[in-house]
Design a protein around this ligand. Structure first.
Ligand code: HEC
Length: 126
């Protein structure tokens, strides 16, 4: 019996270690927004989101204009305006001004796919 349990423990450890391999954790969350987190990194860098936001994992993203985007996957609300769902995050990224007129976050002109990709990345921030 003990031996059997040991076998199970060793097996589970091996499986969980195998699950941790790969270049990053982003891919695991690609489903929820219809976007690709890997592409999202490029979108976030290309649009300069980091000039206003501190964003973990994004090069030189240490802006202090907007809130830091730590824990976006656990946030209840987006900008204090919308429930944090994938659809709403995509909407916010595409058109913050239409959700909260006068917000300091500009409408940057992200395409639908770019917003989905960026949202996919933000949801990897746990
Ligand atoms: C000019 C500065 C600026 C830029 C550029 C900018 N943002 Fe923002 N962002 C803000 C501000 C300010 C807020 C807070 C808005 C509010 O609460 O009214 C905000 C809010 C957000 C929120 C909601 C955060 C929360 O705590 O609820 C997200 C997500 C976000 N921005 C993502 C992005 C992404 C992704 C980009 C790039 C595509 C980007 N922002 C570009 C200024 C900016």
């Amino acid at each position: 019996m003990t031996r059997y349990l040991m076998f199970i423990i060793v097996l589970l450890t091996a499986v969980s270690l195998a699950g941790c391999q790969g270049d990053n954790t982003a891919q695991a969350y690609n489903v929820s927004t219809g976007g690709n987190a890997h592409e999202g990194v490029k979108v976030i860098e290309a649009y300069g989101c980091g000039s206003c936001h501190t964003i973990p994992g994004i090069h030189a993203a240490d802006g202090m204009v907007g809130p830091p985007l730590y824990f976006m996957s656990r946030r209840t609300m987006i900008a204090g305006e919308l429930p944090n769902t994938p659809d709403n995050l995509v909407k916010w990224l595409k058109s913050p001004q239409s959700i909260e007129a006068g917000t300091a976050m500009p409408t940057l002109g992200l395409s639908d796919q770019e917003a989905k990709d960026a949202a996919a990345y933000l949801y990897t921030l746990k």
